[in-house]
Design a protein around this ligand. Structure first.
Ligand code: GDP
Length: 336
């Protein structure tokens, strides 16, 4: 099937007009790894960037089953009911392995997926965490340029995905479950440190009391953890994504967090620092791609891997040989 050539102006106009189908198409373009698409995607992002950046960006994490999709569905519908336009994106590197995207799946957020003021996009499935995170960051530019003023980015605790998401949002929300005793054990420590707001979900019915106790215990544990810097303590709340209790309060705290950052100029600073780190991420990824594509490097790598297997050389000697092969690569070969 021959396809019409891509007309970038159509994309820019469509996205800026907030037309859902164009937003979807634009994200598909930025997710594409085809070199000709990459070039077009960069032009598209450059045209959209001046119109982006005005949304509240919130990351949401928690173990599978904690209620993330139920929470996002319920919160999202409240926000659109209050006149906001909500985009839901996801970073789920595991979806690249299973072949299907789990997070952000439309069937998991049925109300929001059918809400004309919302846009739900599953996690991109483009290989590494770095690739998935990059595609999601770029999708964020698209949805913001399209006028979505709340961007919720969902992630599981797979690999370093929380850190990747924390790097692209203003505020990070951790959903937790009520488990007494070892509150911090069930949650990866690094994730607690990333959280700006924590809420114990499923605080309903017979579990309401238990959730409240768990929240208190968690808050106490956090005081110990943060010790010296109590000003940075994330608030710990309880909520029920199922019946809606406490959702407004969770949102209020997220808004407070972002507004406090904005008032001191920290928000702009944080976003600028994120941009700089993203740039270096991309430089690193680009260099690695180039290195891996280099025939001299491929040949050397095979040899040094063999030597490593027989303990003939040390890993640092091996690394030096691979880097040397890259440094001394032939630059006269034509590149396309
Ligand atoms: P996710 O894997 O984190 O996205 O979790 P889901 O949103 O799919 O929820 C997992 C299960 O927990 C589902 O059966 C939900 O109905 C249930 N659930 C989610 N939120 C709540 C809640 O606030 N209270 C109760 N009782 N159940 C909930």
């Amino acid at each position: 099937m021959t396809r019409k050539p891509i007309n970038l102006d159509d994309y820019v106009e469509g996205v800026l007009a907030g037309t859902r189908s164009w937003v979807g198409r634009a994200i598909t373009l930025v997710e594409s790894t085809r070199p000709d698409h990459r070039a077009l995607a960069q032009q598209l992002l450059a045209a959209l960037a001046p119109h982006a950046g005005r949304a509240r960006r919130v990351g949401i994490t928690g173990v599978p089953g904690v209620g993330k999709s139920t929470f996002i569905d319920a919160l999202g519908v409240r926000l659109t009911g209050a006149g906001r336009r909500v985009a839901v994106l996801a970073v789920d590197p595991s979806s690249t392995r299973t072949g299907g995207s789990i997070l952000g799946d439309k069937t998991r957020m049925s109300r929001l997926a059918n809400d004309p003021a919302a846009f739900v996009r599953p996690s991109p499935t483009v290989g590494t965490l770095g690739g998935v995170a990059k595609a999601t960051r770029e999708a964020m530019v698209v949805v913001e340029a399209a006028g979505y003023d709340v961007v919720l980015i969902e992630t599981t605790g797979v690999g370093q995905s929380e850190t990747a998401v924390a790097e692209m949002v203003d505020s990070f929300l951790l959903l937790a479950l009520a488990r007494t005793g070892d509150q911090l054990q069930g949650i990866k420590k690094g994730v607690v440190e990333l959280a700006d707001v924590i809420t114990v979900n499923k605080a309903d019915g017979p579990h309401a009391r238990e959730a409240l106790m768990a929240a208190r215990e968690l808050a106490g544990a956090l005081r110990l953890l943060h010790g010296a810097d109590p000003g940075r303590l994330p608030p710990v709340l309880t909520c029920s994504a199922l019946d809606g209790t406490g959702l407004d309060q969770v949102w209020d705290r997220l808004v407070e967090h972002q507004d406090a950052l904005a008032a001191t100029g920290e928000l702009a600073q944080r976003r600028r620092n994120q941009q700089i780190r993203w740039m270096w991420d991309m430089v690193r990824a680009g260099l690695l791609d180039e290195l891996r594509d280099e025939p001299a490097v491929i040949a050397t790598a095979e040899q040094v891997e063999q030597k490593l297997r027989t303990d003939a050389i040390t890993p640092s000697q091996a690394a030096e040989l691979v880097l040397d092969a890259f440094r001394h690569r032939s630059t006269t070969t034509s590149r396309n």
